[in-house]
Design a protein around this ligand. Sequence first.
Ligand code: HEC
Ligand SMILES: [Cu+2]
Length: 507
Amino acid sequence: MAATQPQQSSNSSAFGVSLISIIIFGVAMVIFGLVIGAVFTSKILPEQASEQAIATDGLFQVLLSIGAMVFFLVQGLLVISVIRFRKRPNDITDGPNIHGNVTLEIVWTIIPSVIVVILAILSYVVWQDNAAPRAQPNFVNGEPITINARGQRYAWTFEYVTNVEVPAEEASAVQVQDGGEESAANMVSFTTNQLHTYAGQNVELQMQTADVIHSFWIPAMRVKQDLLPGKETTIRFTPIETEDGFPYATLEGPFDLLLEEDGTRETRSFGDAAELVVRVIGEESGGNLTRVQLDTGLQGLVDSSLIGSTYARYRLNCAELCGGGHGEMYTYLIVHPDEETYLAAFYDSQVDAVLNPPADPVLIGQRAITNYACAGCHTFSALGWSGMTGPALDGIGDRAGDRATAAGDSNGAEYIIQSIREPQAYFVPGYDGVIMPIHDSTDDGTNTYMPQSDLIGIVAYLCSQTASGELTDSTCGLESWQADGGTLADTAAVVEELTALSDPYQE
Ligand code: HEC
Ligand SMILES: [Cu+2]
């Protein structure tokens, strides 16, 4: 009979561990968790650039602290146990045979339950607060405006329905919102492909998708919301000034940049149409020169007088894998320091461009084309686009002309117009399948709305750019197409003609 079995006991002192050292270990882990939360929260998260971010990060810090406590408590006990209770040489006894311990069961059920319930309540409060409507949403000039965000494979666009009334005599000349609420019908509206706001503005976006599910995500604002087909969703955030302040500026051509690379300096000249976003680092040479950094990481010097108003810039992503060009579906949130700068650097000039559109269709098109989703799908060097879903648009004017000649009865402008209005009419070889959205002349909500003036401008602009980067006067025969009545060829006939070509059209 095994009469010499060691006495079994659930009392921890049986293992030579005193209650006091358990308490010391527990307290140490709690302090350790709190320190980890306090030190690392700001280090592992992006800039805290909105009021919502402060609340969200507070919650994250609580989660991280508790996570660290639990992790080190469990792992610490594990390591201590492995060392302290390891099998010694020549020890061939069995381990102690321990039965249940009701107190322990209760303690380790109640503590996690309480923690989880507290976290649930805390999360709910933060979520409710962050999503709640705020006073004076989208305030500009003392009145709210409407900002609609639209997600479309593969780009974001933002429509501002302003509080500027269209003067009656100009009502037909400007782009007014069709089919919107009655109050907005005679207000100037404009579209941009970057979202502009100012520090302290309570931004509220009504969001709609033109196709599949997208997800609006600005990490620096700590907000994320899906866009769902057939349903409008809303997102709210209030940008604040960060420690970094407003470090970005846009250089507008013409200007010279003294680039520094590997210790050598080289002057690079930028032309009239150039626009370059830089991060301002500081003034040099007694304030005459300003050191700037390009997105590529290169640094350079420019004349300080070229630095206009500065702003903060945050990346705005799509967080829902929405197709092959998903990686191209990002833009920037531009936060101006205050309402005054916002008006001067952005809003007023946008309103003015709608009320006093340039006469030259090329200029209309240059502005208009950036307000559609084209960049996410097409490469176009003149505007720095790198989308890969569709054929590159570099040199499209020449190619469209060749194409039209080959097909017999249409002109180059008509080919491009048909490509935009009825993309399903003909698929460029190698790009089969309906992916390019239909750009419709009516705003009935089913397709992408593109007013005729934008379309004409975009075609004129595309035709003015050549593959080599030089500008031409060509409009691909736009005028003669308009003079002929400006209608599109029979879709079926075009498909037949183009498909039948012996030498398939190449980019
Ligand atoms: C979702 C992706 C997508 C978007 C957005 C998009 N396109 Fe396209 N585009 C394509 C694809 C794919 C093709 C080739 C298949 C076809 O012809 O439909 C194409 C073809 C074209 C062509 C014919 C090119 C050629 O070489 O013959 C033109 C012109 C064009 N797109 C212009 C535009 C313009 C202008 C916009 C913005 C207003 C735009 N596209 C937006 C995907 C897109
Ligand atoms: Cu997307």
